[in-house]
Design a binder for this molecule. Structure first.
Ligand code: FMN
Length: 159
């Protein structure tokens, strides 16, 4: 389906894996009051979980994002930025949403979620709306695993 407003099309989540794997993502989460946060995320994988397409994201316990994933809405979006928002990765990866509004600081523009309360981001090559269906403690790393079922995936036709 073509989304003419945001110039993107709905894609199969397993398309464009190369671009997904190669780039640092911007992970957006939201608290129960509707306030969003963004974090840089390298440790991510598109895979299947019990037959569903999922994104497995590894998030350290110290991140504010971890608090939002466990105490806010059980959803996240994964956004692969285009060159237009290059600066956002540094900001999202160096400050914490506990005391900084990184979305404002990086001048990120939001697209209301179609299937999630969490928005996606404009000026991205790829966007994924995910609902958490499982999470697990890792035996080998200090990062927690979150498995988000991919409800919708989009690819830009403009960038
Ligand atoms: C390029 C890059 C990739 C990162 N990847 C991850 C990651 O995969 N998982 C993670 O927990 N933190 C990762 N981080 C660190 C967080 O983005 C960073 O600690 C951030 O400030 C956390 O924000 P928050 O407290 O608002 O959640 C990465 C940072 C950078 C710069």
């Amino acid at each position: 389906m073509f989304d003419s407003l945001y110039k993107r099309i709905e894609i199969n989540p397993f398309d464009y894996l190369d671009s997904f794997n190669r780039n640092t993502a911007l992970m957006v989460t939201i608290d129960k009051a509707g306030k969003c946060n963004v974090m840089a995320l390298d440790w991510k994988k598109i895979t299947e979980f019990e037959g569903d397409p999922v994104i497995r994201a590894q998030v350290a316990y110290s991140r504010y994002t971890y608090t939002l994933l466990t105490k806010g809405e059980a959803e996240f979006t994964i956004n692969i930025p285009s060159e237009r928002i290059n600066n956002a990765v540094d900001i999202a990866g160096s400050f914490s949403g506990r005391n900084t509004d990184k979305i404002k600081m990086a001048k990120l523009e939001l697209i209301p979620g179609g299937a999630t309360k969490v928005p996606t981001l404009k000026n991205c090559l790829l966007n994924y709306e995910c609902k958490i269906i499982h999470d697990a403690k890792s035996e080998i790393s200090s990062h927690h695993y979150f498995y988000g079922k991919i409800i919708r995936a989009y690819g830009s036709v403009d960038l």
